[in-house]
Design a protein around this ligand. Structure first.
Ligand code: GRF
Length: 203
């Protein structure tokens, strides 16, 4: 399965996916990394391991539509079976999602439906949560609303700062995303009527 990963920052999740894909029995390969930020740290990481990178700075385009049009055109050339948003900090339009419905995955640093949006670790701490975590989900039109594929939880420790919790959650993100990608690439989970459904042997 051909995967295109989207990043905006350090790309640690993209790198973990690339490392897992490199395993002989892994049913997917990352064929390209896209970013909306020319200074995304993950671009150098992708280049170091020989993955082609494409940058689409938002300021180069007159509108969100033009920006997405350029991205969609390159995406068509890459013929992805799966698109993995990995620390991509831009909302995709409904039109974009419809073009790749059921093929776009995202990782969000909270146990959805709790704490959609930004600043999730500070919000979890302030809400007095005793657990936190991440969700890998199919992307649908609403922000952080798509059906979950894999979730992973970690404890919130007394005295945690948001940075402490982010670091602890990131360690399980790096296990959850490769697992979710494997399940989708193997066809064991797919999106049907906006639900994540197990298919075949995993049913
Ligand atoms: C992670 O917390 C991820 O959940 C969120 O962006 C953060 C950085 O991810 N989407 P990465 O290191 O760029 O993969």
């Amino acid at each position: 399965k051909r995967v295109v990963a989207f990043i905006s920052g350090s790309g640690s999740n993209m790198l973990r996916l690339a490392q897992e894909c490199a395993a002989a029995d892994f049913p997917a390969e990352i064929v390209a990394v896209f970013s909306d930020k020319a200074d995304a740290g993950g671009l150098a990481k992708a280049q170091e391991i020989g993955i082609p990178t494409f940058v689409f700075p938002r300021k180069d385009f007159v509108s969100k539509e033009a920006h997405e049009e350029a991205i969609l055109a390159e995406l068509d050339r890459q013929r992805p079976d799966i698109v993995c948003l990995a620390g991509y900090m831009r909302l995709l339009s409904g039109r974009f999602i419809a073009r790749h419905e059921g093929r776009i995955l995202n990782i969000h640093p909270s146990l959805l439906p709790l704490f959609p949006g930004l600043d999730t670790h500070r919000r979890a701490i302030e809400a007095g949560m005793k657990i936190a975590g991440c969700t890998v989900h199919f992307v649908t039109e609403g922000m952080d609303e798509g059906p979950a594929i894999v979730q992973a939880a970690v404890p919130v420790m007394a005295g945690d700062t948001p940075a402490d919790l982010a670091a602890r959650v990131l360690t399980v993100e790096h296990r959850a995303y490769p697992l979710a990608l494997r399940l989708v690439a193997e066809g064991k989970v797919r999106m049907k009527n906006a639900k994540a459904v197990a298919t075949g042997a995993a049913a």
